[in-house]
Design a protein around this ligand. Structure first.
Ligand SMILES: Cc1cc2nc3c(=O)[nH]c(=O)nc-3n(C[C@H](O)[C@H](O)[C@H](O)COP(=O)(O)OP(=O)(O)OC[C@H]3O[C@@H](n4cnc5c(N)ncnc54)[C@H](O)[C@@H]3O)c2cc1C
Length: 374
């Protein structure tokens, strides 16, 4: 195939898609700001070391056959298949043809609308944000408030809690509230060991500067003085209006080959798609494993494969030294029990729907096999 493929997004999915396309001999341009970097380490090891977890560099991209356009797509002319790209280094915007287009822009992680948080708070969901935050916590013993106790916030609090005095806040009553009880309990135990207090059902009124310190004002837990505030609460769509009518839609519906429904020559990869899973129905999977494998699958589909994408949901998380792994679709589980040290969720027919395990990385294959046998 000679027609160039344009991949918009230079994260996990975009990079794996572009790399696989190049391996298959297709001309490919990957558009995205800066060199591609990984995301999970931003709340773990990379935050501790201050080193960006690069997925590639300029030389390796060239060697692979991936052209990288360093910029951000600002306008999509879908009928004429043209993209406008603002170049990172400045200069005139570029207009490029995109007869075959892959969309892989992930999610956005804006700060919540808490007065003062936007200009006084940091974030570490992006590479630039993590580097700026790391500048603030290079010296040990800082007082840090982390807002948001989902995966990113809880991981961040545990990473920083090893060298700093961290407080974790959320409006819900426990960390990782969307997850199963053993996950929440495990996270609370680690936070406790690290001396990180968790303030649940916290109402945050604002963040203010007071001399050389910051103060997080709450109506439930008083004023919390600190040196650094980290926002890790919530995510939003990265999709432009030309691709989705509803600005709140996080993902585009794809068919089983990951082609965007209703469009020719438009595919999606990573966090910003849903697909029809043969067992679970239409789902999206906002996790690393799916980003990587959906990116590769799209490349194969572009090359004419008609194979359906059937990857089961899988995520890992590191809350300091607690490794959490879960494979399968937790909402389908109607009962849970412990079986040989694994937390096994079964559906209404008694078939395995989800397996959760902690500090047992070698058991991933076994967990996948249990699920596959259902
Ligand atoms: C801090 C953090 C920790 C995480 N930890 C884990 C974990 O432990 N385990 C796990 O399973 N998952 C984890 N995840 C989730 C996982 O990293 C994501 O599911 C995965 O990165 C999604 O890949 P993606 O390529 O779809 O999006 P991303 O990796 O987010 O990449 C999207 C890219 O598109 C670029 N982009 C956006 N808009 C445009 C545009 N208009 N033009 C050009 N480029 C654009 C962005 O700059 C970005 O580089 C974590 C995520 C974060 C943020």
């Amino acid at each position: 195939m000679t027609e160039r493929v344009i991949v918009v997004g230079n994260g996990v999915a975009g990079h794996s898609c572009a790399s696989r396309l190049a391996e298959l001999g297709t001309k490919v341009t990957m558009i995205g700001p800066g060199l591609p970097h990984d995301r999970p380490p931003l709340s773990k090891r990379a935050l501790a070391t201050g080193r960006l977890p690069m997925l590639s560099d300029a030389e390796r991209l060239i060697a692979k056959g991936v052209d990288h356009l360093d910029g951000t797509v600002t306008d999509v002319d879908l009928p004429n298949r043209r993209l406008t790209v603002a170049q990172t280094g400045g200069g005139e915007p570029l207009v490029i043809d995109a007869p075959r287009l892959v969309w892989a822009t992930g999610l956005r992680y804006p700060k919540p609308p808490v007065p003062g948080l936007d200009h006084l708070g940091h974030e570490n969901a992006t590479g630039d944000g993590m580097l700026a935050l790391h500048q603030q916590i290079r010296e040990p013993g800082k007082r840090v408030v982390v807002i948001g106790a989902g995966l990113i916030g809880t991981e961040t609090a545990a990473t920083l809690g090893q060298n700093h005095a961290v407080t974790l806040l959320d409006m819900v009553d426990r960390p990782l509230a969307r997850f199963l009880t053993p996950v929440t309990d495990g996270a609370l135990k680690i936070l406790n060991e690290l001396g990180v207090p968790f303030h649940g059902e916290c109402r945050i009124d604002g963040v203010e500067r007071d001399g050389d310190q910051l103060v997080v004002q709450t109506s439930t837990h008083g004023s919390i003085p600190c040196d650094v505030v980290v926002s890790a609460a919530g995510f939003r769509s990265s999709l432009p209006p030309e691709l989705v009518e509803d600005p709140r839609a996080l993902a585009m519906p794809c068919d089983s080959t990951l082609r965007v429904e209703g469009h020719e020559n438009l595919w999606a990869a990573g966090d910003c798609l849903t697909f029809p899973h043969p067992r679970w129905g239409r789902i999206g999977i906002p996790h690393w494993d799916h980003a990587h494998w959906s990116g590769r699958h799209v490349a194969e589909s572009i090359h004419g494969s008609t194979l359906a994408y059937v990857r089961d949901p899988y995520f890992f998380s590191d809350i300091a030294h607690l490794r959490i792994q879960q494979v399968g679709f937790a909402p389908a589980a109607t009962s849970w029990g412990e079986e040989s040290g694994l937390h096994v969720g079964r559906d209404a027919d008694g078939a395995v729907a989800c397996v959760l395990f902690m500090n047992a990385p070698a058991r991933l294959k076994e967990a996948r096999e249990l699920l596959a046998a259902a």
